[in-house]
Write a protein that binds this ligand. Structure first.
Ligand SMILES: [Zn+2]
Length: 429
């Protein structure tokens, strides 16, 4: 394993001092995904150093971890501690802030100022393209490849900004693995068909994009991911309700650069044949049935397209802003469209050509709808053959299952079956 030895990002060359306690410069040894080790010399002029704790805060996480460092109780010990980031669900590309809290036997306590570094997967030699608003990391593929991802992301972000009153607070970080195996190696656990993972609260997305990926696929998956990250920042505050998956997914799919003709037709066909799944069920996980997941994604796109067609970019911007201000979905829709969610569903149904009043009404409790299209296989993209996986994502507004303590990751359905092959990634709420 390549071990990257990183010097501390401490701006002060000299030791930090408060009262009798000093904290030297930190050395970080990066062996991610296995571990990240921290080492520092501390000292107290008053008494033996009793405890040294490393405080870690991952961007987007409201909790701070405290790790007790190893240190011999002397006046000038070297303290060291290892952090295993994988069980914490910490992805590459996320900024982490650390600080030392030192206590001596005389009762003096000093917490050093926070310093920030970005987690990198130490197994690869990363290349980076960075701007003020987003950054891309990749390790296989030439400059043109990295530039194609960076440009697609920037164009998508510009488009969303122009059409919105919202903006981003956190720079968006896009980490590109060249193959499934390398991606999976950075995960604590991942199903073999998963082609990426998004962490909207951390403003990070980690995707598998081989250097020979088709350009039009890059121009779908990257804008889609950027849209999820933008959507989160545009709608999320401590006050806000989690928006439903159909709005998040539909917004992301709407911002893909390719034509959506096929998806929109799929929904119209489903409406005509009585196969439409009520939009209310496009919340949380989309399940595991490939055809159902495919239809739910298409319906999400269709409903969002309906918002754009009916109320324009200003309408969507107002909807996001209302959610950010703490409105629930009913309230936000009422403000923008004059319709509550039930009314909105009905109007969408009629826009699809449905008969007034005949919307598949609640409660609709069936399992999967009858499959409106053939389901080729349940795992259409074996990890070893991945021609050009389409990584697709859902950000559920609430944790459905929490296999990882930090990234309360929701499991999203089986692979979506599309002509180019389709896969999904996970989002942490
Ligand atoms: Zn998505």
């Amino acid at each position: 394993m390549r071990v990257a030895r990183l010097l501390a990002f401490t701006p002060l060359a000299a030791a930090l001092l408060q009262g009798p306690i000093t904290v030297g410069q930190t050395t970080i040894t990066n062996e991610y995904p296995e571990r990240i080790a921290f080492e520092v010399r501390v000292a107290s002029a008053a008494a033996n150093v009793e405890t040294v704790d490393l405080l870690l805060t991952v961007r987007g996480d409201t909790t701070t971890r405290s790790l007790r460092a190893n240190a011999v109780p002397t006046r000038r010990p070297i303290a060291w501690v290892e952090w295993d980031p994988r069980p914490d669900g910490v992805p590459p590309g996320v900024p982490v802030t650390y600080a030392w809290k030192v206590r001596d036997a005389a009762g003096n306590v000093f917490t050093s100022p926070g310093e920030t570094f970005i987690v990198e997967d130490a197994r690869f030699a990363w290349r980076t393209l960075e701007g003020d608003d987003l950054a891309v990391w990749w390790y296989r593929g030439d400059d043109r490849f990295g530039r194609s991802i960076f440009d697609a992301a920037n164009r998508a972000l510009d488009r969303m900004r122009r059409a919105s009153t919202a903006d981003i607070d956190d720079r968006l970080h896009i980490v590109i693995y060249a193959d499934d195996e390398s991606f999976a190696g950075a995960q604590d656990y991942v199903q073999e068909w998963v082609g990426g993972r998004a962490y909207p609260s951390m403003a990070v997305t980690v995707q598998v994009v081989p250097p020979d990926a088709e350009a039009d696929w890059i121009e779908d998956v990257i804008p889609h991911e950027v849209a999820h990250l933008f959507f989160y920042q545009a709608t999320h505050t401590a006050l806000s309700y989690g928006p439903p998956s159909w709005l998040d997914e539909g917004y992301a799919s709407y911002h893909e650069f390719s034509s959506h003709h096929r998806d929109l037709r799929l929904v119209r066909d489903a409406a005509a044949s009585g196969e439409l799944i009520p939009l209310r069920l496009a919340s949380g996980s989309f399940g595991v049935d490939a055809a159902r997941v495919d239809l739910l994604y298409a319906e999400s796109l269709s409903a969002v397209t309906f918002v754009y067609e009916g109320w324009g970019e200003n309408g969507m911007a107002s909807l996001l802003e209302a959610l950010r201000q703490g409105a629930d979905l009913d309230e936000a829709l009422l403000q923008v469209t004059g319709l509550d969610f039930e009314g909105f569903q009905q109007a969408w149904w009629e826009w699809l050509g449905g008969e007034p009043g005949a919307y598949p009404t609640p409660p609709w409790e069936g399992p999967a709808p009858r499959t409106p299209m053939p389901t080729p296989t349940d795992r259409p993209v074996p990890p070893t053959t991945t021609p050009s996986p389409r990584s697709d994502v859902v950000f559920p507004p609430f944790p459905i299952c929490c296999p990882l303590p930090l990234a309360a990751v929701a499991f999203i359905g089986a692979a979506r079956v599309r002509d180019r092959g389709a896969r999904r990634s996970w989002h942490s709420p």
